[in-house]
Ligand binder design. Structure first.
Ligand code: ZN
Length: 134
């Protein structure tokens, strides 16, 4: 079941250039910087209530984030919904003919499990579901 928005992912060319806006202007709490080799990104997380802002910086030219920035420029990349059972939610999406990028969960930041829905099936908004390690 989807329980809340977990985070909003924003593609940036450099974490260092963008961290000051979120940390020093919006005064959000920087909760950590993490590398996700699987997706070739470095991630900075900010906490705002129950929701996080996830800045994504590519670590390689063939990173999906590098390709996104090349095509569309920096900006909002995806919306992530939190699930309390990601396997079950994926099966339900498939049963509703939703096209999935990931039909099985994979590793995200901080030990989470994540899966992406194809933008074709979600009004062109790249949509992630994630289950937080409990
Ligand atoms: Zn994400």
């Amino acid at each position: 079941m989807i329980t809340q928005i977990n985070h909003i992912g924003i593609a940036v060319t450099s974490l260092e250039n963008h961290i000051p806006f979120y940390r020093d202007v919006l005064n959000l709490e920087l909760t950590g910087i993490d590398e996700v080799p699987d997706q070739k990104v470095r991630v900075a997380m900010f906490k705002i209530g129950e929701v996080q802002i996830e800045l994504l910086e590519p670590t390689a030219d063939d990173s999906p984030i590098a390709k996104f920035i090349e095509k569309k420029g920096e900006g909002i990349h995806h919306v992530a919904y939190q699930s309390d059972d990601i396997d079950e939610d994926i099966q339900q999406f498939i049963a509703k003919n939703i096209q999935m990028i990931d039909t099985k969960p994979r590793s995200g930041a901080h030990g989470s499990q994540i899966a992406f829905l194809h933008p074709k099936s979600s009004g062109r908004v790249l949509t992630e579901i994630c289950q937080i390690k409990s």
